[in-house]
Design a protein around this ligand. Structure first.
Ligand code: ATP
Ligand code: CA
Ligand code: CA
Length: 400
């Protein structure tokens, strides 16, 4: 399958930014790796003032290599904490450095969100780099001690895996802050459908016209509505006529609900709202047998075609849900007799750096004039978490 995004080569408007970012990360990770033993974390490592500016003159310095772009400064936030986090998430320092700073350029995803952030994907699909606002860095650094504690305590937490926070300041230019995180959809399986779900309904529908919906389109809460989904996106052919497929039928085990509860409690305690459950679906190609093994799937990836003869294979079959390899648990639905087809499911909680600040309170007040206040995304963290969890429990139901 074609890789998403545009490769950033010379001449691209963000080419210099990418170079700076690669130089910075190589420097930071290299410096840490050269410190012999990894020591335990101390309270001071979480200090928001625990950040380090480094100057990168083009001609190079004692500690930085020469480079092609204008002089810039590079800032690392709480580097020791992120070093520990990378280890906790089993990211090898050499792999990390190679993926981000290797000769392969990064790919820029055409701005998937409304916020104006840029997204970069490493060529190996493992890491996503997102430019963020100052306020988001503040939120992350403030929550870092409890985030650290949370992900240490819950190995199967679904919240975004953060690997680093940095800032680039070219001379005479603006500061650009960014985070490095795990790509939820890093998988050998191609993602055929993706949903970004908040549990709110106001405005929660893709604005793409039907003909342009494809595998890269991020669908939203209202797009889940099967009746509208199948007529709008031609999913009826592919998914058969299961009305109950408006929800993801599955036997998701209760551990996952429990984990989502723990994750939401954590976010609520940190005053966070506006996060999403990002869901990716892979439809396995070989559906001739309900016992299709994972390896058989990967050898014959299916295309979600609107072509009748092809997709009629799904007709009348019930989906058999599996969780992707990097998911916390494997849920397998035994199927209640009848024919099945396999779907591999990936999900996680993303965009967790928005607190209920004045802008979100104003958004709430303003949108409440037009719509039912409980339907709008901007609500206080307690309500947000309640609604989010209720929604997830409603979509992941046992198929009837
Ligand atoms: P907004 O605030 O308008 O919702 P944003 O710019 O903050 O948008 P996000 O919500 O973080 O952006 O992400 C936008 C989209 O990018 C997601 O819907 C998803 O498709 C993709 N995305 C973001 N983070 C990840 C991730 N960790 N793994 C895979 N895809 C991701
Ligand atoms: Ca978002
Ligand atoms: Ca956001």
């Amino acid at each position: 399958a074609k890789k998403p995004g545009e490769t950033i080569s010379k001449g691209h408007k963000n080419y210099d930014l990418m170079l700076n970012l690669q130089l910075g990360i190589r420097y930071s990770v290299g410096k840490l790796a050269s410190l012999t033993q990894m020591r335990d974390l101390r309270q001071g490592d979480f200090d928001p003032k625990e950040k380090f500016w480094t100057r990168f003159p083009p001609e190079g310095s004692k500690i930085t290599p020469p480079h092609q772009s204008v002089e810039f400064r590079w800032k690392d936030y709480c580097p020791m904490v992120f070093r520990h986090l990378r280890r906790l998430f089993t990211v090898d320092p050499a792999d990390y450095m190679l993926a981000i700073c290797g000769s392969d350029a990064l790919r820029e995803l055409s701005s998937p969100g409304k916020s104006g952030s840029f997204f970069y994907l490493t060529q190996d699909d493992r890491f996503i780099i997102k430019t963020v606002k100052k306020s988001e860095v503040k939120v992350l650094i403030k929550m870092l001690p409890s985030y650290f504690q949370h992900v240490c305590q819950y190995k199967s937490s679904l919240v975004t895996k953060f690997y680093g926070v940095h800032c680039v300041k070219p001379i005479g230019g603006q500061k650009v802050r960014f985070i490095v995180m795990g790509n939820l959809f890093c998988s050998e399986f191609h993602i055929h459908r993706r949903f970004d779900l908040k549990g709110s309904s106001h405005g929660r529908m893709t604005d793409k016209p039907e003909g342009e919906i494809d595998e890269t389109t991020t669908l939203k809460d209202l797009d889940l509505n099967f009746v509208s989904a199948c007529t709008r996106y031609g999913l009826r052919n592919s998914w058969g006529e299961h009305d109950s497929f408006s929800r993801f039928p599955s036997a998701l085990d209760m551990n996952i609900y429990g984990q989502i509860d723990r994750d939401c409690e954590f976010l609520e305690a940190e005053g966070i709202m506006d996060y999403s459950l990002l869901v990716g679906l892979h439809f396995c190609g070989d559906i001739s047998s309900s016992k299709t093994s994972l390896s058989a799937c990967s050898s014959s990836p299916c295309r979600l075609s609107r072509n009748h003869s092809d997709s009629s294979r799904f007709h009348g079959r019930r989906p058999l849900i599996r969780l992707g390899a990097n998911m916390p648990a494997r849920a397998e639905q035994s199927g209640h007799g009848g024919e099945t087809f396999e779907v591999i499911l990936y999900f996680g909680i993303i965009d967790i750096l928005q607190d209920y600040d004045i802008s979100k309170k104003l958004e709430h007040a303003y949108k409440s004039l037009q719509a039912d206040p409980s339907s709008i995304s901007a609500v206080d963290p307690k309500l947000y978490s309640r609604r989010f969890r209720d929604f997830i429990r409603r979509i992941f139901v046992e198929d009837r």
